[in-house]
Design a protein around this ligand. Structure first.
Ligand SMILES: [Zn+2]
Length: 78
């Protein structure tokens, strides 16, 4: 890997290039850097998912109501 980093583009040592052509792991490391393949697990949500769904639903309903009130107000002004 360090040899590849040191080499300029188009001037990679042949053995390194050959290895890279066949090694998926090294390809990923070259493309994405030395990151772990698996993403770190997300933290658990603070609320249970059903509560979150209800809150989201209420929020969407409120946005829809606001939208129609605004629309009505605009239509009245015409
Ligand atoms: Zn490799």
């Amino acid at each position: 890997m360090s040899r590849l980093r040191a080499a300029s583009p188009g001037d990679v040592p042949e053995d390194v290039a050959q290895h890279l052509a066949t090694c998926e792991r090294c390809q990923e490391r070259v493309l994405f850097g030395p990151v772990r393949r698996q993403r770190p697990r997300r933290e658990m949500p603070p609320m249970p998912s059903s509560t979150r769904a209800l809150v989201l639903l209420a929020l969407m309903a409120a946005v829809i109501v606001v939208f129609f009130v605004t629309l009505q107000t605009l239509i009245r002004r015409l």
